[in-house]
Design a protein around this ligand. Structure first.
Ligand SMILES: Nc1nc2c(ncn2[C@@H]2O[C@H](COP(=O)(O)OP(=O)(O)OP(=O)(O)O)[C@@H](O)[C@H]2O)c(=O)[nH]1
Ligand SMILES: [Zn+2]
Length: 205
């Protein structure tokens, strides 16, 4: 967690020492009091513990390595070299500006060069990046980079369609707005037909 790394898919700056669980729970008590309630009230007594536990789940992606998730590849696929696409991978993340939920789906495709990966690993990689404090643009780019690094495919295409609760439940309060981000590399960038195929499949997913 504290190691400095140059891998672009991981954190690149030294971070302050991780606070203890007790300190994290104290911080939640402070926020409860600041919101106007009494952290010593019966119903809120276990809340700091629950929030710390929920944070472990929501932000479990800091302790996970996308390269390791994509480490195993398969080459015996009878020369299959067309697009592999997964649609509607759940996106459950938190925006780094407000720590509010980002909920949506990701559509991910790649064009294998030599090897393919287990399809569940692609969903795992999406999940690893989602379980961090994010912007939608960053996570879109990180998923593409991780797939490119691990498989050296002929191209990847990613589209994320998500709602940001910092925008739907507070602030500007536009409950129906969706944000769409996409990135294309390799042949998806140079071949408009391929890109259209991806977009058509994403639209009807
Ligand atoms: N580009 C981008 N912006 C995001 C994302 N998630 C949240 N935001 C935006 O981050 C911005 C933060 O703006 P600030 O002005 O610093 O914060 P704020 O005063 O809380 O802004 P409002 O949300 O407009 O009330 C807001 O416009 C959010 O909508 C994201 O994934 N990508
Ligand atoms: Zn936000």
């Amino acid at each position: 967690m504290d190691a400095v790394t140059t891998d672009s898919t991981r954190l690149t700056e030294a971070k302050p020492a991780r606070p203890s669980r007790h300190e994290a729970e104290e911080a939640v008590r402070t926020l409860i009091a600041w919101a106007g309630d009494d952290p010593a009230r019966e119903g809120l007594l276990d809340t700091p513990k629950r929030v710390a536990k929920a944070y472990e789940e929501w932000f479990s992606g800091y302790g996970a390595d996308p390269a390791a998730a994509l480490g195993k590849t398969f080459e015996d696929v009878q020369g299959y070299d067309d697009m592999v696409m997964l649609t509607n991978i759940d996106v459950e993340s938190h925006c780094e500006h407000h720590l509010a939920p980002i909920m949506g789906v990701a559509h991910v495709a790649y064009l294998p060069s030599a090897a393919v990966v287990g399809i569940s690993k692609i969903a795992r990689v999406v999940e690893i990046f989602c379980k961090r404090m994010q912007t939608q643009e960053t996570m879109t780019a990180q998923i593409a980079d991780a797939l490119m690094d691990a498989m050296n495919p002929r191209g990847v295409a990613i589209l994320i369609d998500a709602k940001h609760q910092c925008m739907t439940t507070r602030g500007v309060h536009h409950p129906n707005v969706s944000t769409i981000t996409s990135t294309f590399t390799g042949e998806f960038k140079t071949d408009a037909n391929l890109r259209d195929r991806f977009m058509r499949l994403a639209e009807k997913a």
